[in-house]
Design a protein around this ligand. Structure first.
Ligand SMILES: Cc1cc2nc3c(=O)[nH]c(=O)nc-3n(C[C@H](O)[C@H](O)[C@H](O)COP(=O)(O)OP(=O)(O)OC[C@H]3O[C@@H](n4cnc5c(N)ncnc54)[C@H](O)[C@@H]3O)c2cc1C
Length: 416
């Protein structure tokens, strides 16, 4: 008699871009998938409010000595990219120490090479998912432009040189080329770099919801529940929620910056923290820019979106519980006006949490202590770009498939 083997049951915690991408690639590999999230998909978490860049070129991260040397000046400047919530500084000292240790040339290049390995595969992995939804005109192929003035030119030279070494395609642009690309930007800039093959979305939330609909259509289940803890019976994980317990064959933790509570409970000391970032919208102004433009010196960018111009970025260290800083919102508004001149009253003040490890590599792979738990979090400034490729990699690990990639650098074991 033929007995049909039942599909393995996988629970995915988190419905941000990482959770949903994992769920979709797990379905492609034949698993029975249930997503858990304490919020509805598309709620205002990082995957909703980001700058919408698909940035396959962005291999060089912030763990660099030039960035470290600039920290005091950045903190003192009211127009600068960095801020602190002082009440959180003592809690973050161990993270800062690990970060400093990761800024050597060797460590910087280790991060850059291993980010490049996955970034290079990011757009094709998105296309695999885009092929299954009606994208309408939510994705634009107009490239992404970075501009800078003549301060910190050493940092710009380093970035250009590292990308060159890695084989990242980049087009250096002068003042007049920048003007041709974006004539509405005030001419404060000195030079820039343009990535014509980069893309942006006009609405990350709509893409997430389209992915989520696809997941449900393929038989996926969703529980709007907070996962409080994970227990085990015979190595099978049991998700503990405020209502009920759910048993799975395997579980993926994809809770972004909130993943640490669960990994701490599983007995692993993974130094995940958050780089807080902000956005505001200027409605009906999206015609002012053709594509996302990032002002490198000030660590923020502006993306033309359905909501208007989304002015987005900067980094604030302050943990998950501190409230939104009005001074950071003001910083974005002033910087946007510096770039574009007069703008109407802003709307939609938003604070989001980038999940960041001190070596600026994500954590992807099985947990150290429990073979049926997999991690997929910590994608810092690039989690939107890296959603589908990370889902493809982690689902491949769960299905015991060979990816032909060196996945060791992403393992949580590097912190033990
Ligand atoms: C200002 C800003 C701009 C950015 N711009 C870009 C960009 O242009 N390009 C790019 O590539 N990246 C960008 N990023 C980074 C990117 O947005 C994030 O790295 C990415 O969205 C993280 O996705 P995630 O799915 O890991 O986490 P999240 O989007 O935070 O989702 C985690 C989910 O887990 C749920 N959750 C948490 N804990 C639990 C629990 N215990 N039980 C149930 N559910 C739980 C949360 O409710 C949430 O829905 C930006 C980030 C910020 C803040």
């Amino acid at each position: 008699m033929f007995i049909m083997k039942s599909k393995l049951k996988i629970g995915v915690i988190g419905s941000g871009i990482q959770g949903i991408s994992n769920a979709l690639f797990l379905q492609k590999k034949g698993f029975d998938v249930t997503i858990f999230d304490r919020e509805e998909p598309g709620s205002p978490v990082a995957s909703y409010g980001n700058a919408g860049h698909f940035s396959p070129y962005a291999s060089l991260s912030l763990n660099r000595t030039d960035v470290l040397a600039d920290v005091p000046a950045m903190l003192l400047s009211s127009t600068g990219p960095l801020a602190l919530k002082w009440n959180y500084v003592p809690k973050m000292i161990p993270w800062f120490i690990k970060f400093i240790l990761n800024t050597s040339k060797n460590k910087m290049m280790h991060t850059a090479r291993n980010m490049h390995q996955i970034l290079d595969l990011a757009l094709p992995a998105y296309d695999e998912l885009f092929n299954e939804i009606n994208l309408e005109d939510l994705v634009e192929n107009k490239g992404i432009l970075y501009i800078w003035n003549d301060k910190d030119l050493k940092s710009r030279e380093l970035e250009i040189q590292v990308r060159e070494e890695l084989g990242v395609k980049q087009q250096l642009v002068n003042k007049s080329e920048i003007h041709d690309l974006e004539p509405n930007i005030k001419p404060f800039y000195h030079a820039g770099v343009y990535y014509p093959y980069a893309r942006h979305t006009k609405n990350p939330k709509k893409i997430l919801l389209k992915f989520f609909e696809l997941f449900l259509k393929k038989g996926g289940k969703f529980n709007k529940l907070n996962v409080q803890d994970i227990n085990f019976v015979d190595e099978r994980p049991i998700l503990i929620t405020e209502k009920q317990k759910y048993t799975f064959d395997k579980v993926v933790i994809a809770c972004g910056a909130f993943s640490k509570k669960l990994t701490d409970n599983l007995g692993e000391k993974i130094p995940l923290d958050t780089e807080r970032g902000y956005h505001v919208h200027f409605k009906n102004c999206d015609h002012l820019l053709q594509r996302p433009v990032i002002f490198s010196n000030r660590g923020f960018g502006i993306t033309p979106m359905e909501q208007g111009l989304r002015v987005v970025g900067t980094v604030e260290f302050g943990g998950l519980n501190n409230s939104l800083s009005k001074s950071r919102i003001k910083n974005l508004i002033n910087n946007a006006k510096y770039m574009l001149g007069d703008l109407p009253e802003h709307e939609d003040e938003w604070l989001g949490f980038r999940p960041t490890l001190p070596d600026f590599l994500p954590v992807m792979g099985p947990s150290k202590n429990y073979k049926n738990i997999f991690y997929c979090f910590g994608h810092h400034h690039l989690g939107w770009t890296l959603g589908p490729i990370s889902g493809k990699i982690v689902s491949g690990m769960i299905a015991n498939q060979n990816t032909n990639l060196n996945l060791e650098p992403y393992s949580s074991i590097r912190f033990n």
